[in-house]
Design a protein around this ligand. Structure first.
Ligand SMILES: Cc1cc2nc3c(=O)[nH]c(=O)nc-3n(C[C@H](O)[C@H](O)[C@H](O)COP(=O)(O)OP(=O)(O)OC[C@H]3O[C@@H](n4cnc5c(N)ncnc54)[C@H](O)[C@@H]3O)c2cc1C
Length: 293
């Protein structure tokens, strides 16, 4: 893309989305993202991110939902499996496992080869920090800008988003919250106090002067986002053929960071399960599709 394209497209967008240097990322990820840049938008359902779970539940008739009951182990049981959770044993013909890859590795370790668990445990995660800088009275009620991305590689932060623009119901009437996202590399040398100060400075740099915020909330994760390094997708794709019959994996680490990618990956796994299990069910027509809710 040349220097200008790198500074104005690659650095701000990829920094905003992944927070890590390009050399840490798979080339095919960049190629896929660069072709989609023109579609990029930040949208949140009217009742917040949790509403996506509500939609999935509403779109799944006959669902038996067990919350706060982690799967503790999975054992073989005839042609199927038993899932052990919170003192209960659930007999299943097939399953989609969608926790973090390391958890899937632990749950599958007696059922799959060491090569499979090594691939799952080898998924890299980046350190990530996100800060909400919150004002009781909106200092910029007429801001024409919703999202600021620093078009240079010197800033420690990668994006500052006005929440009243992104999701009006997320802030009280007349208030404002600015979400500031940090690049991974500078975090290695920053305390949470440094991150707080840098976030408040980023907000005024991006949107102009403001009084002291009412409060600042730091979310700092040592394992923040799964990062698809070079070779990641080939390794992940190879997993699908190495799993025992009836076990399917899902999670955004198969695709890229984001809730849409997580849902898409779950849908793919559910369709694989339906396709590969369907011949076992008498009278069911092969080619069954899970309908989008
Ligand atoms: C700070 C931050 C900001 C982000 N902002 C955005 C954003 O603005 N927009 C966006 O689209 N994405 C955002 N993301 C990325 C998004 O959160 C992830 O891509 C998405 O949540 C991944 O979904 P997932 O279902 O693959 O995994 P997860 O959300 O990690 O879900 C895995 C689930 O498995 C459960 N689990 C673990 N162990 C077990 C077990 N033994 N049994 C049963 N369940 C288990 C966990 O409790 C968890 O609920 C952000 C991420 C971070 C960290």
């Amino acid at each position: 893309l040349g220097d200008k394209g790198t500074d104005y497209i690659t650095v701000p967008y990829m920094g905003f989305l992944y927070a890590v240097p390009m050399t840490w990322l798979s080339t095919s990820l960049f190629q896929a993202i660069v072709q989609q840049f023109y579609k990029l938008s930040l949208s949140v359902p009217p009742r917040g991110m949790g509403q996506i779970c509500d939609w999935l539940i509403e779109g799944t008739p006959g669902l038996a939902l067990h919350l706060s009951s982690p799967a503790e182990s999975i054992t073989r049981s005839g042609a199927g499996y038993t899932v052990h959770s919170s003192g209960q044993a659930y007999e299943v013909d097939a399953m989609v496992l969608a926790p973090e890859p390391g958890v899937s590795a632990d749950l599958l370790q007696d059922l799959v080869s060491g090569a499979v668990t090594a691939k799952l445990r080898g998924c890299r995660y980046s350190e990530y920090a996100h800060v909400q800088v919150c004002y009781e009275k909106n200092p910029w009620p007429n801001s024409a800008v919703s999202l600021a991305l620093p078009a240079n590689q010197n800033a420690g932060w990668g994006a500052a988003v006005l929440q009243s623009h992104r999701h009006p119901h997320a802030v009280p009437e007349g208030g404002e919250a600015v979400g500031v996202y940090f690049y991974t590399r500078p975090l290695a040398h920053m305390t949470d106090e440094d991150i707080t100060l840098a976030a408040v400075n980023a907000v005024t740099e991006a949107y102009g002067p403001a009084p002291e915020p009412r409060f600042v909330q730091v979310f700092h994760y040592k394992r923040g986002l799964s990062i698809a390094g070079p070779g990641h997708y080939a390794t992940m794709n190879s997993l699908h053929t190495e799993l025992p019959d009836g076990i399917f994996l899902a999670g955004y680490y198969f695709a890229h960071a984001g809730v849409e990618a997580a849902i898409f990956s779950g849908e793919l796994a559910a369709n694989r399960l339906a396709r590969e299990s369907v011949w076992k069910v008498p009278g069911v027509v092969p080619g069954l599709k899970i309908r989008r809710g």
